[in-house]
Design a protein around this ligand. Structure first.
Ligand code: C2E
Ligand code: MG
Ligand code: MG
Length: 521
């Protein structure tokens, strides 16, 4: 915005007044008035006196007009200055929490530089709110906004005398000119504790938590500007490791963050290039030894032939929000492959907890079934227990939608979560998948064996099928069968294989007694 010339207007007025006084004095000194009076008297017929009075009146009115315009101009300038201040405040602040935003942070760094304070030791901390996105997706933006406002107020109470910013989304940033790490750690612990306190809105209680990453200048960052990047990297590490404690920046961790970002970029490209495809691991009926279905497992095969483990890229896709797109691609392909299998052979597909944030998720799955021609009865959806930690009601609605259409629901990695039993009494599942951590050791460990026995009993009691994952030895398969486990899956039978090989496996029958060791065609 161009600055208004109010200073020049005042200067002009002053010069004009000066010229006026000078002309008046000169006229007086030259006795111009007497000469003018004589002229008017001698030229009465020309009406010069009236003309002179009219000119005087015009002059006075002109002066009054000029004065008023000058006043208006001053008011307008004040107005525009205020508006300019408001606009720059709005640009530098987040309207919801009224905290400075990234622009505010940049301005703050500029101010520190101008004041020559960028060389002083500083502490910084990124507070990443965990669970917020989930609530925001499920409960709507209004509730999400209120939660953020409450968190901002709590942080404001903690970071008194510090700079506090909202970086956008669910991330906050605090900084202080200080070199005392102990005090900063104390503040971080208070922030983690305060953020985790329940938030009451309209009679409902919401809970979120915080991952905190910290960095210091000059120890970690080369300059003050770089401090934010270091704290962000530490917060990402805390998030990756699900650490409830704050984490200090660490160069090795920073390299891991860079690798993670690189992997994210590569995964996006791989998805476009069709490098990520479903492979199929057979699920075997332990009594007949025949395949009753296949679990689709994501496989990312790089052009050089190497594989990236889904244990690496699925959590990454969940975190970056790419899981929806990835899952769509895999699910469509898996349905197309499964549509070629005999009708009794089921496709089992893993669904990530984060996908349940998308309310139309069930509908989308059913649409894909319809377009690929796979019957809903042929589909089984595998969900893990962690799905129920947050909003059981909504998950129940989405699962019901799928169940009503005929889709089977299996609870995966059973026994490794912490909400299973309470959820089993509230939600209906068709199958319980016993996690491979129990299967790998139950033959040598009496306590694990008791747990497996209890799980199979629980499944039977609730009318569910049971399947044991990770069977690697024939003795495991045989004992599980004797204990009443219906199905098995594991390297003993087959690893996950590409679609073409899966079809040829369909002809096979596996022995489920330890003395028989070879599969037959
Ligand atoms: P999961 O659903 O529990 O899948 C079973 C995992 O156990 C697979 O690992 C499988 O290869 C492995 N496995 C099967 N039999 C044996 C065995 O006998 N011994 C041993 N040691 N391992 C066995 P994978 O393919 O690495 O997948 C890991 C996890 O990644 C899966 O665990 C699942 O949670 C996730 N995942 C894989 N594909 C997808 C997908 O398409 N979508 C989603 N959301 N998650 C997926
Ligand atoms: Mg699974
Ligand atoms: Mg599993």
């Amino acid at each position: 915005m161009r600055p208004l010339r109010v200073g020049r207007a005042t200067r002009d007025a002053a010069v004009l007044v000066f010229i006026g006084v000078f002309l008046f004095a000169a006229a007086w000194w030259l006795e111009l008035y007497e000469k003018l009076a004589a002229f008017i008297d001698s030229h009465e017929f020309m009406q010069a006196d009236e003309l002179f009075i009219a000119l005087l009146i015009v002059g006075i009115l002109g002066f009054a007009f000029g004065y008023r315009r000058l006043h208006d101009l001053k008011v307008e300038v004040a107005h525009r200055r205020r508006a300019e201040r408001d606009v720059s405040w709005i640009a530098a602040h987040d309207p919801l929490t009224r905290l400075p935003n990234r622009i505010g942070l940049k301005q703050q760094v500029d101010r520190l530089r101008e004041d020559g304070k960028t060389g002083k030791p500083h502490m910084a901390m990124v507070i990443d709110i965990q669970g917020f996105k989930h609530i925001n997706d499920l409960q709507g933006n209004e509730i999400g906004d209120e939660i953020l406002a409450v968190i901002a107020d709590r942080l404001r109470d903690i970071f008194i005398g510090c700079y506090l910013f909202r970086l956008g989304g669910d991330q906050f940033y605090a900084a202080q000119e200080s070199s005392i790490t102990k005090d900063w750690e104390k503040l971080a612990r208070r922030a983690i504790k305060k953020v985790a306190e329940p938030i009451e809105i309209n009679g409902r209680s919401y809970e979120v938590s915080a991952y905190v990453g910290m960095a210091r200048y000059p120890d970690d960052a080369a300059n003050i500007k770089y401090l934010l990047r270091c704290a962000l990297s530490a917060a990402s590490a805390a998030k990756r490791e699900h650490s409830n404690e704050m984490k200090w920046f660490d160069t090795a961790v920073d390299e891991a963050t860079a690798r993670y970002a690189e992997l994210d970029k590569q995964l996006r490209a791989a998805l476009k290039a069709g490098e990520v495809r479903p492979y199929y691991q057979p699920m075997i009926d332990l009594t007949s030894g025949r395949i009753i279905g296949f679990e689709a497992l994501a496989r990312w095969r790089r052009p050089d032939g190497s594989f990236v483990s889904p244990a690496e890229f699925i959590p990454l896709a969940e975190e970056t929000g790419m899981i929806g797109e990835l899952s769509n691609v895999l699910f469509t392909q898996a349905c197309q492959d499964a549509a070629k299998w005999p009708r009794g052979v089921r496709l089992s597909f893993n669904v990530s907890p984060t996908q349940f944030s998308n309310r139309s998720f069930g509908r989308q799955m059913l649409d894909t079934l319809a377009t690929t021609g796979l019957s809903p009865n042929q589909l089984e959806v595998e969900i893990t227990e962690s799905m129920f930690v947050k909003d059981v009601q909504l998950v129940a609605v989405l699962l019901d939608e799928l169940r009503e259409a005929g889709v089977h629901i299996a609870i995966d990695d059973f026994g490794t979560g912490y909400s299973s039993l309470s959820q089993l009494s509230r939600l209906r599942f068709d199958k319980l998948k016993i996690d491979r951590s129990f299967v790998s050791s139950f033959l040598d460990d009496a306590r694990q064996a008791m747990i497996i026995r209890a799980m199979i009993g629980l499944g039977r009691g609730l009318g569910m099928k049971t399947i044991a994952e990770g069977i690697e030895e024939a003795s495991q398969a045989e004992t599980l069968k004797l204990l009443g486990c219906h199905q098995g899956q594991g390297f003993l039978f087959s690893r996950a294989v590409p679609a073409e090989q899966a079809t040829s496996l369909l002809q096979m029958t596996w022995p489920t007694r330890s003395e028989d060791t070879t599969a037959t065609n």
